[in-house]
Design a protein around this ligand. Sequence first.
Ligand code: XMP
Length: 517
Amino acid sequence: MPDKLFGEMIAILDFGSQYNQLIARRVRESKVYCEFFPFNITPSRLVNLNPKGIILSGGPASVAQKGAPFPHGKILELGIPVLGICYGMQLLAWLLGGEVAPAKKREYGKSELFVGEDEDLFYGLKSPLIAWMSHGDRVAKLPSGFEVIARTENCPVASMRDKKRRFYGVQFHPEVAHTPQGKKMIENFLFKICECSPQWTMSSFVDYSLERIRNKVGNQKVICGLSGGVDSSVTAVLIDRAIGDRLGCVFVNNGLLRQGEVEEVINTFTRHFHLNLHYVEAEERFLSKLAGISDPERKRKVIGEEFIGVFGEEARKVGKVEFLAQGTLYPDVIESRSAKGGPSATIKSHHNVGGLPSDLHFKLLEPLKDLFKDEVRILAKQLGLPEKILNRQPFPGPGLAVRIIGEVTRPRLQILREADTIVTAEMQKYEKFPEIWQSFALLLPIKSVGVMGDERTYEYTVALRIVTSLDGMTADWARVPDDLLERISHRIINEVKGVNRVVYDISSKPPSTIEWE
Ligand code: XMP
């Protein structure tokens, strides 16, 4: 099984915490490979994966509640070290004969953590520490073999261990930035308890991926949707490296792209990369399907279905194609998982995962599905992709459709394209542009009164979304200089017909999202 190529890996069992991806990030930053698995993974599959350690993630459930997600009990009999985080620790306690009860006082936020010994999980750390708590339940009675190794004022069992079996539990979240020494605790679990060695790097990931792609595809053909964004470009280049001309790339003009994008993508990928690129002109097809639709989720579903339809037709032209490759990233997988009945809450249906029809005839090939955005950028560099592509801001699959609030029409697309071109041009002149995660315009379905010359106007409003972020999971509105905002606003109102007002979105994610739909 190619699963074992890395030699050392940590298996994270997913119980649906919103912080889950951070656990994976911390582990990988420590140069240890890890992957998420369904919480009910079978013990035999785990044995086959041969992980050096298991992390039971947090999650929104309560162990005592009906239908709460439980791992297979036998995974605790495999002799593999376990770290249970929050709900994961409660599971450990519950499954091993301890007691879990609702906390007297729900603990949320920063707490002072008093640690007993400066060893194993807390090696090298000085008590008291700061820990981020977010829980309603607590361990009321330790299972036999366990001892308390840290507490907070409200939580007598903030951390517990069974040193002999190498089982550890923390009631707080070591993976979040609000637990400043959390990374060290995770490293301690990896290196002191699981005895991992820090070996995982992006170049090893490339070898691993090539091997994995070759194993999966055999001598069949793959079709890949190329949008020109970092994700699909890396996907295409990686697969091209693995299987060469058995990869056909399809670039669909869905009518929802930005100004000049079609020409740019065609140029880059035929001239620079010499990929086998099929260009599909499908503007009319997408826009007619979107007519009359305002609901964000409907838009995403319609676009997703149409994409798959177009691919199917292209694939048939190419001959027998088994696989559809997509640049799905880890955050897309997590955010869409609940649509398939997983334990997290649904936020948005990302077209490249959630909108796939069930009668899909392709098998999916998603070589980036375990990576975060910044990891993909490192991978892009490793693969020799040019800076221009490497530093491209993310652009959603459903394109400008999710940046036009309300119905998508050609005149509205025209207005948004013109406004967005101005935003991009002005932002690129800003000295801190490389620190910006995304900067774009949105068209709101709101008309308001203005005055231009001596005349009353009644026109649309453009919103500016400029955010900083590390991975798109959390984001903050960017504090850009006033004169930059002024220039953008002035130019849009003066140059774009149909707009008389520009507003700046000052919401962070969470509780907002980056895209408005
Ligand atoms: P949200 O709006 O959920 O976006 O805060 C997080 C990041 O994901 C991008 N995004 C998408 N990317 N397909 C994609 O490939 C999509 O359907 C999609 N929707 C949002 C968004 O631009 C941001 O970077």
